[in-house]
Design a protein around this ligand. Sequence first.
Ligand code: SAH
Length: 354
Amino acid sequence: MSADVIALIDRLAKTRSLTLEEWTAAVSGFSPAAAEYAAQIALSERRKVYGNDVYIRGLIEISNICKNDCLYCGIRHSNRKCERYRLQKAEILACCKEGYALGFRTFVLQGGEDPYYTDDVLCDIISEIKATFSDCAVTLGMGERSFESYKRLFDAGADRYLLRHETADEAHYRKLHPADMSFKARMECLDFLRDIGYQVGCGMMVGSPYQTEKHLARDLKFIETFSPDMCGIGPFIPHADTPFRDFPAGSAALTCYLLSLIRIQKPNILLPSTTALGTVDPNGREKGLLAGANVVMPNLSPAGVRGKYLLYDNKICTGDEAAECVRCMARRVENVGFQIVQNRGDIKNTKEQN
Ligand code: SAH
């Protein structure tokens, strides 16, 4: 392992900031030894803020109907083979009820950009969840909407919003999305969310088609400057019914290295160890936790629709009931020395603000 990358990681731990050139060198410097070094620092940083606690989020995949045609995504509009579904309010509330009994205090409503979920429809669902489970947080991952729409959902009680930026490089963004989607619109949405007062999450896929080390460095620099409360990163995984079917999946080891760098850059960030990481490597989620992640998102979607929310091939946990998913996750978390805690799992403020 080169002395340069060690020096960069040490500097990152001290100043919480690197130049774009330095981020590029840090990404290029990836090796198993560099990853091990970064992981040790990341773990000690996360222990200072979160101890051994792991936060859980109950993921409810509310619809796989989507008007967008992202080239990487299995539920893209033009995938005729995708069997579509949409959950009604009563079904979503039933998932929350089951999740609450299992100890969840955050519900994540994620889905395609399905025009059925107007502001009225979503506000009604959110306010009912908040009224019924008043000690819970609601996170939304429903894609791009207007400022006014985000504001209404926030006023109805939504606490957090996940909107991965996907890539911080505009030319790369164009290679991953059709012409009617824009990098500027995506970035503008992130600013709206932040301005309204949400806890905001961005993030990217690792190893997406045409991605270079320079692109990843830009992602890291963007994360540093935007300073999100949450950051979702997972490997790209091809889906057979998309234009990217023949591209290779991203690497679990590189994903873990980037998780460590993000943790070191922002010690209090909420960092999930994702399902995609657990799909490319059977122990991926454990490895993510050992690299500095502190959040897991077991699936709470009704068993009947799980096998239909397929963003990529071979997705794990599509056959289990929610209760089994939670038990399995608790075991995995404990096996690597952490424990699941039963609370909302908000970001902890540290004196050292980024
Ligand atoms: N419509 C919502 C939710 C999208 S799905 C939104 O736009 O935010 C959540 C995330 O899954 C996406 O942001 C993307 O980063 C990831 N994803 C989609 N297809 C993927 C694939 N083939 N491999 C890995 N991750 C994928």
